[in-house]
Design a protein around this ligand. Structure first.
Ligand code: UGA
Length: 451
C-alpha cells in the first residue's frame, strides 16, 4: 500500500487495522520503530505518510470512504476442526467481508490481496451480496508476489502483476480500474489479467514451484554429502541451462517463512478435497523433504559432537527465516533449536534484527503446541539464552550453527572467535555463506550443506 501511495500521489490510501498498537507503530515519528523491518520501506513511508498514505483504526470510516478495498488479513493454517493443520483459516477474511457489507453505503470493488484457496472470491462475493442493501460489489483477486527483504524492489520492478476478475461486465470494469492503478509504474505488458480462479490458483502454484526447487536441491545436498560432490557446483552447472535457470537453487537448512509451507499445505488440502490423492502426495513431499532437511542438520550436529550435545553450548547465528527481515515465522532456526534443546543442549542465539522477546515467544509457541509438562517447559526455556553481541554468543561454545544468511556473519573476526571456543571448534554452515577454506585454515572443523 505504501508503494501504491508512492507511485500514485493522486490516490489516497488508508490502511486500517483493529490493532491500535500496530497502527501507532506505523504512525511512529521514529521511522526505525516501524513494526516491519524491510530495507527501503522507511524511505517510502517518509515520502508518503501524511501526504496520501494514512494509518488509522477507524475501520468503518475507511470502508465508507473507499472506492476500492484491499483485504490483506492473514490466512494462517487452521489449528482446529476440519482441515486442521492443512487448510487455510478464512475466519479473518470472512469477518472483513461481513464488515464491508454492513458498513458500505455505495458500490465497492473488493480486492483479495491475502493468499486464498481457489474459489474464495466466490464466498466473499456471496457474503457481500447477501448482506448488503442493493449495493454492487465486484470482487477481484490480486495476489502478491513480493519476497521479504527485497519487497520494495520487487514492487517497484515487479516481474508481473496478476489480476483475476469475474467474467462479466462489472468484473471487467473493476479489473480495468485496478490495471489503471498499477499502470502508473508497471509496463502494461507485465500486468496479466485472468479469470479469478486462475489468479487464486496461480499464487499457490508459484509458491509451490519455488519451494519445490529448494526441496529438490536440498534432496541433492544429502546425496552430495554421501558421495563427495558439491551441491553449489551442481546448482551452478544445472542453473546454466536456461530452461532450468539459476535462481532458487541455493541449498540450505530448509526454507521457512509464512508462505511456502502454508500455501503448499493448502494446495495439498484442496487436492485431497477434490479427490486427487496422487497430486496431493506429490506436493506434500516438498514439505516432507523440507522437514527432513531441518532434522538432518540438527542430527548432524549431534552426531558430529560425539553423539551428545548434553550440556554443551551451541550457538545459532540467525533466527529470522532469511536475511534482511525480522520475520521469524516457520524459520528453520527455530526447529533446529527445538531439536537441540531436546538433546539437552544449551542454546545461545544471536540475530541482528530479531528481538529476545520474539525468540522466546517462538520457543513458547512450539512448547505449547507440543504438550510438554510445566517442568519440561521450564527446563527448556532455562536452556536458551539470547545475545545482543555475537562474540559473547559464541564465546566458549562447542559448536556454531549458521541458520540465517546475514551478510554480517562473513565479516566477523573468526580467528578471535576460534580462540575463545572449546576445541575441536565446530561450525555447521546451514546456508553455505562462510568461506570454508578460510575457516579450516583458522582451525575450525567446518561442515557446509551438501559439501
Ligand atoms: C515467498 C515468495 O518468494 C514470494 O514470491 C511470495 O510472494 C511470498 O513467499 C509470499 O507468498 O508472500 P518469502 O517467503 O518472503 O517469499 O521469501 P523467499 O525469498 O521466497 O524465501 C523463502 C525461504 O526459502 C527462506 O527461508 C529462504 O532462505 C529459503 N530459500 C530461498 C532457500 O533455502 N534457497 C533458495 O534458493 C531460496
Amino acid at each position: 500500500m505504501s508503494v501504491i501511495a508512492q507511485k500514485c500521489p493522486h490516490i489516497t490510501v488508508n490502511v486500517v487495522d483493529i490493532n491500535p498498537s500496530r497502527i501507532a507503530d506505523w504512525n511512529n515519528e521514529d521511522l526505525d520503530k516501524l513494526p516491519v523491518f524491510e530495507p527501503g520501506l522507511s524511505d517510502v513511508i517518509a515520502e508518503t505518510r501524511g501526504r496520501n498514505l494514512f494509518f488509522s483504526t477507524d475501520i468503518e470510516k475507511g470502508i465508507r470512504e473507499a472506492q476500492m478495498i484491499f483485504i490483506s488479513v492473514n490466512t494462517p493454517t487452521k489449528t482446529y476442526g476440519i482441515g486442521k493443520g492443512m487448510a487455510a483459516d478464512l475466519k479473518y477474511v470472512e469477518l472483513c467481508a461481513r464488515q464491508i457489507a454492513e458498513v458500505a453505503t455505495e458500490d465497492k470493488i473488493v480486492v483479495e490481496k491475502s493468499t486464498l484457496p481457489v474459489r474464495t472470491a466466490q464466498a466473499i462475493r456471496t457474503i457481500l451480496t447477501n448482506n448488503s442493501k442493493n449495493i454492487r460489489f465486484s470482487v477481484l483477486s490480486n495476489p502478491e508476489f513480493l519476497a521479504e527483504g527485497t519487497a520494495i524492489n520487487d514492487l517497484h520492478f515487479a516481474d508481473r502483476i496478476l489480476i483475476g476478475s469475474e467474467d462479466d461486465e462489472d468484473g471487467k470494469i473493476a479489473e480495468q480500474k485496478l490495471v489503471d492503478i498499477y499502470a502508473n509504474w508497471i509496463p502494461r505488458e507485465r500486468i496479466i489479467t485472468t479469470r479469478i480462479w486462475s489468479s487464486e490458483l496461480s499464487k499457490l502454484t508459484a509458491n509451490a514451484f519455488l519451494a519445490q526447487r529448494i526441496s529438490s536441491i536440498n534432496s541433492i545436498s544429502a546425496l552430495c554429502e554421501k558421495t563427495g560432490a558439491d551441491v553449489d557446483e551442481i546448482a551452478s552447472a544445472i542453473g546454466a541451462d536456461s530452461r532450468i535457470g539459476s535462481k532458487f537453487l541455493k541449498a540450505s537448512v530448509g526454507f521457512g517463512g509464512s508462505c511456502f509451507q502454508k500455501d503448499i499445505l493448502n494446495l495439498v488440502y484442496l487436492c485431497r478435497h477434490f479427490e486427487l490423492p496422487e497430486v496431493a502426495d506429490y506436493w506434500e513431499q516438498v514439505i516432507k523433504m523440507n522437514d527432513y532437511q531441518k532434522y538432518r542438520f540438527s542430527k548432524q550436529i549431534v552426531e558430529t559432537l560425539f553423539n551428545t550435545v548434553n550440556g554443551k553450548k551451541i550457538t545459532l547465528l540467525g533466527w529470522a527465516f532469511k536475511k534482511d527481515t525480522n520475520d521469524t515465522r516457520e524459520s528453520p532456526s527455530m526447529y533446529v533449536a527445538w531439536d537441540l534443546l531436546h538433546e539437552q543442549a544449551e542454546i545461545h542465539v544471536y540475530d541482528p534484527k530479531v528481538s529476545k522477546d520474539q525468540i522466546m515467544k517462538d520457543i513458547e509457541y512450539l512448547l505449547n503446541g507440543n504438550y510438554e509438562t510445566e517442568d519440561q517447559k521450564t527446563s527448556i526455556l532455562s536452556r536458551i539464552t539470547v545475545h545482543s553481541d555475537p562474540y559473547n554468543a559464541m564465546k566458549e561454545a562447542h559448536g556454531i550453527a549458521v541458520t540465517t544468511e546475514w551478510d554480517e556473519f562473513k565479516t566477523y573476526e573468526w580467528k578471535t572467535i576460534y580462540d575463545q571456543m572449546y576445541k575441536p571448534a565446530f561450525i555447521f554452515d546451514g546456508r553455505n555463506v562462510l568461506d570454508a577454506e578460510k575457516m579450516r585454515k583458522i582451525g575450525f572443523s567446518f561442515k557446509g550443506i551438501g559439501k
